[in-house]
Design a protein around this ligand. Structure first.
Ligand SMILES: [Fe+2]
Length: 428
């Protein structure tokens, strides 16, 4: 067996790739926010959603805290209070403002936050060019962390604008995109029972919650070849889906009563038309596009109504692992899920990546043998492994390069403000 020896040329090339990833990631965040006013960037619409300004600062704080402070001798933070303001949830790092109060940060101004970004960028560039001892894995983690926040910026700003009495658009929709494409008819694909491996394998970045790769026994199952459409969800509503207790989990039924849910988030009835708030403003619900902004409870109730169930995360991953990462991601500019078009036998199931995150019936838990990292970064994923459900596949707001078949997203079962949708499965 030939030992894998990395020459200094390899190391230099890896570092150049890492510096390029850093630049791409940081500028993508700023392009996303470029058209937003300081007022929009400061407001917060609910505790779960953060102001854009906070996202811009927090992602910089991440690099400052986990890369610059430990690796630049004598590094002084840009501002002594920013650790308190922009630490998200790292108890090992220290105290911080309550999440629900991030919208009270009239200061620092957006301009000051952008200066903070410039400062961190300059120091990061110096570090990436000169500091041999830098922990490249943490820089890479910081870039993937910032990509997660790019998606949160879109979902959080969508919630904020939806609560604005004037319901302004984040970005107007291009006329050329308005031709709706009919969704292809849904079919179930059969998978045999067997012993499989799931989890991250091999080269490339992955979060710690995707490891270790491990064996799972999966019973024979069937998976729908496309996500549930908005038109199908309208049928569920029309069939009194929200009023039939036999369709709902107990916590879901309570959530329906508590929140008065009668349709997905952002939907409203105008006469007999269903309208929805989108990042391009208010428009008709297109029956062919994937149903979106549903909680786990609604996804589960819909599946029961349809005589099916939600997939387990292992089933989802087995079906997705050999598919190319293709679909509608943030780069498409749609910022809304698109109808799933027909595909050849070989390319099924369709739309596994992009469009809508797909709720699975798997609780977010550690894989066998999982060990969180030592130190504060061990708080990144591990401490959230209770009371949340796994979603797979990414959405129309995810950067394409952020996704892979082993990727595990997770949210509380009542959460609706992410681009979350439904794919049905059945026992074979
Ligand atoms: Fe974060």
């Amino acid at each position: 067996v030939r030992a894998r020896i990395r020459s200094s040329t390899d190391v230099d090339r890896d570092r150049r790739d890492l510096a390029a990833l850093y630049e791409r990631t940081r500028s993508a965040t700023e392009q996303l926010c470029a058209a937003l006013s300081p007022e929009v960037c400061t407001a917060q619409s609910m505790p779960e959603a953060s102001p854009v300004k906070w996202h811009l600062a927090h992602t910089s704080w991440f690099f400052e805290t986990f890369v610059l402070a430990p690796h630049v001798p004598g590094y002084q933070p840009f501002h002594p209070d920013f650790g308190y303001l922009f630490n998200s949830y790292y108890n090992a790092i220290g105290e911080r403002i309550a999440r629900a109060e991030r919208g009270l940060l009239a200061r620092p101004t957006l301009e000051e936050v952008m200066s903070y970004r410039r400062h961190v960028d300059e120091r990061m560039r110096e570090c990436l060019a000169r500091t041999r001892a830098l922990d490249d894995a943490v820089v890479e983690l910081g870039c993937h962390h910032e990509q997660q926040h790019q998606e949160l910026i879109l979902t959080d700003v969508k919630h904020l604008l939806s609560r604005d009495p004037l319901q302004p658009a984040f970005r107007a929709r291009e006329a050329a995109r308005r031709a709706a494409r009919p969704a292809a008819r849904a079919e179930f694909i059969a998978y045999d029972e067997g012993l499989h491996e799931i989890g991250h394998a091999g080269e490339g970045f992955a979060f710690d919650n995707e490891s270790p790769r491990h064996r799972v026994f999966v019973h024979a199952f069937e998976l729908a070849d496309r996500p549930v459409t908005a038109g199908e969800f309208v049928e569920f509503i029309t069939d009194h889906g929200y009023e039939r207790p036999e369709l709902w989990l107990s916590d879901g039924w309570d959530a329906v009563a508590l929140h008065g849910w009668r349709a997905p988030l952002y939907w409203e009835k105008d006469g007999d038309r269903w309208m929805q708030f989108t990042l391009a403003g208010l428009r008709d619900v297109d029956p062919d596009e994937p149903a979106c902004h549903v909680s786990y409870y609604e996804a589960d109730a819909f599946a029961r109504w349809a005589g099916a169930r939600l997939p387990r995360e292992a089933e989802w991953e087995i079906a997705a692992r050999d598919l190319p990462i293709e679909g509608h991601f943030v780069e498409s500019g749609e910022l809304h899920p698109c109808a799933t078009e027909a595909a050849s036998e070989r390319d099924r199931p369709r739309a596994m990546f992009g469009d809508v995150w797909e709720w699975t019936r798997s609780a977010y838990d550690a894989y066998p043998g999982y060990r969180p990292a030592e130190g504060a970064l061990g708080e990144y994923n591990g401490k959230f492994m209770v009371n949340q459900m796994v979603l797979r596949g990414g959405s129309c707001a995810s950067p394409r390069a952020h996704l892979r078949a082993s990727y595990r997203n997770f949210f509380h079962p009542h959460a609706r403000w992410q681009f979350s949708g439904i794919r049905l499965a059945r026992d074979a």
